[in-house]
Design a protein around this ligand. Structure first.
Ligand SMILES: [Zn+2]
Length: 411
């Protein structure tokens, strides 16, 4: 029986819990839910097997989903999707099923593995599973999906380049009606173009408003986009944008096809990373990483040391460093872990990106923060004395090697 079963007895047991017990119970329930999801998947896979036509190349009955749909109050489409997932995970992704049954990942992450490996061979799918699951469930679904994309690029670089070229030919713009006199305009674009376009719109919107402009940033960006597309006259100041292209040193030299990354987007195929890193275009800032352990080696320098240091820490951290927070580092504060007034140094070994909310939370003093060296490994201790270790996601998918500590670049 599951440990938290007294929670099901009614509101009284839960009403008596303290904060620490609430956290423990929530974690236990989530693990139990994952275990039950794994059991459901196994049962559905067995049902698929029973409804498959016998023979060397069995065909799943087209009516199996209807039986499940009625029993579980699902649409036929949703039931068919569940059966497909169950069949895929059980037959192709045994490590994923085991991780789900053990509560190491949840159903959403199991579905993400199935989606990401759908077009891969069985051998490549197993390699992706092994790479991604070795580092656990990650702090968020976004990080987990990014790790999957990185692993797919690493195990099948040729296929990745081909898939990118194929998808690139599918680029398009669509419009769809919405309620209340609104509509959505949607574009499917290569990631580099989409990032550059968004950063340009964002930079113009930040410069466009007067100090008393009542519009939110969302409204300003929407107005800039409309003005640009419709050719409306507007006194926009020219803006310069820079987007980081992270590329392992040996990929840049063409020695390997390890994937690169586009800041704000995530993993991209090696060929695209090389093209952007070498582009004679001021938009792209090349960021070199260590091909062995994926840590940051160098960011092409700026003229002012303080800006170079900020860029180094933002590039290393990528996001707010509170576990599970996805606020981009560029929109975060640079926090001195040991306050400057208390002798804290201004270098990568004492600087951390924190969003405003988590910056305030840290300074309230309920959470303790320990930054171990310049590579960005952080230990958070909660008010309930729960300890959470986080490291910045490496720029290539590998087991991080904590030794030796690199000297930080001179700023
Ligand atoms: Zn945050």
């Amino acid at each position: 029986m599951c440990p938290p079963c007294d929670a099901c007895a009614g509101p009284e047991p839960i009403a008596g819990l303290d904060a620490d017990a609430c956290l423990t119970l929530m974690a236990t329930i989530v693990q139990e839910k994952a275990r039950l999801d794994a059991a459901l998947i196994r049962t559905q896979a067995r049902f698929v097997e029973l409804r498959s036509a016998a023979g060397p190349d069995p065909v799943v009955s087209e009516f199996a989903a209807s039986e499940i749909a009625i029993e579980l109050d699902l649409s036929c489409g949703a039931a068919a999707a569940q059966l497909k997932l169950a069949h895929t995970v059980t037959c192709r992704l045994p490590a994923t099923l085991a991780a789900l049954a053990a509560g190491a990942i949840d159903l959403g992450r199991a579905r993400a593995v199935a989606d990401a490996t759908d077009s891969l061979s069985q051998v490549h799918a197993a390699a992706v599973e092994e790479k991604v699951l070795a580092r656990g469930g990650r702090a968020s679904h976004t990080l987990f999906r990014q790790a999957l994309r990185r692993a797919v690029l690493a195990v099948d670089p040729d296929g990745a380049q081909r898939r990118h070229e194929k998808q690139r030919r599918e680029r398009q713009v669509r419009i769809g009606p919405l309620d209340d006199g609104m509509a959505e305009l949607w574009a499917f674009l290569p990631a580099a173009d989409a990032q550059a376009a968004y950063q340009h719109i964002d930079a113009l919107a930040r410069c466009a408003g007067a100090p008393d402009d009542p519009r939110s940033m969302d409204e300003r960006r929407a107005d800039v986009l409309t003005d640009l597309l419709l050719g409306r006259h507007h006194d926009y100041e020219p803006v310069h944008i820079e987007i980081g292209v992270i590329v392992p040193a040996d990929t840049l030299l063409g020695l390997t096809d390890a994937p690169g990354e586009l800041a704000g987007h995530g993993p991209i195929p090696a060929g695209l990373a090389r093209d952007l890193a070498c582009a004679a275009n001021a938009t792209w800032r090349r960021i070199l990483t260590d091909p062995v352990d994926g840590s940051l080696l160098d960011v092409s320098r700026r003229r002012f040391p303080s800006a170079a240091l900020a860029r180094h820490v933002q590039t290393r951290d990528r996001t707010c460093r509170f576990p599970s927070c996805r606020k981009p580092a560029a929109a975060c504060d640079l926090d001195h872990v040991q306050p400057h007034a208390d002798g804290g140094t201004t270098d990568p070994a004492n600087l951390l990106t924190l969003c405003r909310r988590h910056h305030r939370m840290k300074h309230k003093g309920n959470w303790l923060v320990d930054l171990a060296g310049s590579r960005g490994s952080v230990t958070w201790t909660s008010p309930e004395k729960r300890v959470h270790h986080t490291g910045p996601e490496p720029y290539i998918d590998c087991i991080p090697n904590p030794e030796p500590e690199l000297d930080p670049p001179p700023f």
